[in-house]
Design a protein around this ligand. Structure first.
Ligand SMILES: Cc1cc2nc3c(=O)[nH]c(=O)nc-3n(C[C@H](O)[C@H](O)[C@H](O)COP(=O)(O)OP(=O)(O)OC[C@H]3O[C@@H](n4cnc5c(N)ncnc54)[C@H](O)[C@@H]3O)c2cc1C
Length: 366
C-alpha cells in the first residue's frame, strides 16, 4: 500500500470494527503503526444494505486506490455490505500489526499531552499515540471531539432494507442479466432495487441476490412507539422479529399496489420471512473532526442520507487522507499536527457532502 512507513512503535486505538474502522486500521497498519481495533459487538455475521463502493468524490492517492481495490474486490457494481466487510475483516486478520478485539464496548475517550486512550465498559484502558472513533452515527468518541455538537439527528424517515437470494422468488421473476438497478415510481415513497452477485461471487442468473431499499416517510410514529427514535435522536434500527404483525400486513398490501416485479416478489418474500430491517435515517454535519490526538471518521464524523450513496466512499477517503497525513511527516512524527492536517483536508468536503443530501431529506423527511 505505502512504501513509506512511520516509526514502528507508533500506535493507534480505533473504536469500531465496521467498514470505516477496518479501513482506517488496515491503512494505518500498512503505514507501519501498531493498531488495536475495539468493537462493541461480537463476530457474529451481520446483514446490511447494498452499497455502491465507487460513488462520490475521488481520491487517486496510492492509499485510497489500494483501499478501494481491497474493499471492492475489484468490482465496480453495487454489492452487499457483508461482502465488503468480510474482505476487510480478512485483511485485518492477516496483518500482524492489527489486534482486533470484539465484545468490548467503549464508554469514553480522553487524552493528555503524551497520549490518548479509551475506557471500556469494564473500566479497562487502551492507550495509543492517537485514538480514532469509527463508532458510527451514535459515536461516543465524537463527544470528546465535538462536545458542542455530540449527536446526529433523525432526518424524519426510514428505509426498509433486505437482501435475498434470487432463488427465493419464482424463476419467472428473475431479472435479465443486464438489469442492475431499477427505481420504480412509487406513491410518495419509493424503492431502489439492485441485482448483486451471489454470496459465493456468482453473477449467473438464479445464483445472484436481490437487494432492495424502500424509502418510507409514513411510519415515524412506529419508530417512536418502539423506542427506535426518541426526541431527535435515533437509538436503534427495527429488526424483523420486532416488527408488529399489522405493520407487515400493511407493508405487503402497499407493496402489491406499488412495486413491479421482480421487486414485488422480493419485498413480499422479505416481509413474509421477517428478513427485513427498518433503518431510521440520521444526519450529522460536522464542525470538527479532531481534538488534538483524537479524531473521528466514517459515520462518526459525517452521517448523510443513504440516497447520496457516498458514506462508504467518504469513510475510505477519511482513512486514506489520515494515513497520508501521518506518512507525509517524513520521520517527524507529530500526531497532533498530522490530525490537524487531516481535519483541514477533510472537513469542508464532508460538510458539503452531508449538506448536499439535506435538500432531499428536508423534502422527503417529516
Ligand atoms: C441503508 C443504507 C444504505 C447505504 N448505501 C450506501 C451506498 O450505496 N454507498 C455508500 O457509500 N454508503 C452507503 N451507506 C453508508 C455506509 O454504509 C456507511 O457510511 C459506511 O458503511 C461507514 O459506516 P461506519 O463504519 O462509519 O459505521 P457503522 O457501520 O455504523 O459502524 C460502527 C461500528 O462501531 C461499533 N461501535 C459503536 N459504538 C461502539 C462503542 N461504544 N464501542 C465499540 N464499538 C462501537 C459498532 O458496533 C459498529 O461495528 C448506506 C447506509 C445505509 C444505512
Amino acid at each position: 500500500m505505502n512504501k513509506q512507513v512511520v516509526k514502528s512503535d507508533m500506535s493507534v486505538v480505533v473504536v469500531g470494527a465496521s467498514l470505516a474502522g477496518l479501513m482506517m486500521g488496515i491503512a494505518l497498519a500498512k503505514a507501519g503503526m501498531k493498531v488495536t481495533i475495539l468493537e462493541r459487538v461480537g463476530t457474529k455475521p451481520r446483514s446490511g444494505a447494498v452499497l455502491q463502493v465507487d460513488s462520490g468524490e475521488r481520491d487517486n492517492s496510492a492509499t485510497a486506490k489500494s483501499l478501494r481495490k481491497l474493499a471492492s474486490g475489484g468490482l465496480r457494481s453495487a454489492q452487499a455490505w457483508s461482502s465488503i466487510q468480510s474482505r476487510l475483516h480478512a485483511a485485518a486478520l492477516d496483518d500482524a500489526r492489527i489486534e482486533l478485539i470484539y465484545d468490548t464496548p467503549i464508554r469514553g475517550a480522553d487524552q493528555n499531552d503524551e497520549m490518548a486512550w479509551v475506557v471500556t465498559d469494564t473500566g479497562k484502558i487502551f492507550s495509543g499515540d492517537i485514538v480514532i472513533g469509527a463508532d458510527g452515527h451514535r459515536s461516543i468518541v465524537r463527544r470528546m471531539v465535538a462536545p458542542q455538537k455530540p449527536n446526529a439527528t433523525f432526518a424524519g424517515y426510514m428505509i426498509w432494507v433486505a437482501i435475498l437470494n434470487e432463488q427465493d422468488i419464482a424463476e419467472k421473476y428473475w431479472p435479465d442479466a443486464d438489469m442492475a438497478v431499477s427505481m420504480p415510481d412509487g406513491i410518495g415513497d419509493f424503492l431502489l432495487g439492485s441485482v448483486i452477485q451471489g454470496a459465493g461471487g456468482s453473477r449467473k442468473r438464479g445464483e445472484r441476490r436481490l437487494g432492495w431499499a424502500w424509502y418510507d416517510n409514513t411510519r415515524n410514529h412506529l419508530l417512536r412507539e418502539l423506542g427506535c427514535v426518541r426526541g431527535s435522536l435515533v437509538h436503534h434500527s427495527l429488526i424483523g422479529t420486532d416488527i408488529p404483525g399489522h405493520t407487515l400486513t400493511e407493508l405487503a398490501d402497499q407493496a402489491r399496489e406499488r412495486w413491479p416485479q421482480p421487486w414485488l416478489a422480493a419485498t413480499l418474500h422479505s416481509i413474509q420471512t421477517r428478513a427485513l430491517t427498518a433503518i431510521p435515517v440520521s444526519e450529522y454535519v460536522p464542525n470538527q473532526l479532531v481534538n488534538k490526538r483524537i479524531a473521528i471518521t466514517g459515520d462518526a464524523a459525517h452521517v448523510l442520507t443513504p440516497i447520496s450513496a457516498a458514506g462508504f466512499n467518504a469513510s475510505l477517503l477519511d482513512a486514506a487522507t489520515l494515513t497520508d497525513c501521518i506518512l507525509q511527516q517524513s520521520g517527524l512524527y507529530d500526531p497532533v499536527s498530522a490530525l490537524s492536517r487531516y481535519e483541514s483536508l477533510r472537513l469542508k468536503p464532508v460538510q458539503q457532502m452531508v449538506q448536499s443530501g439535506q435538500s432531499f431529506s428536508r423534502s422527503f423527511g417529516r
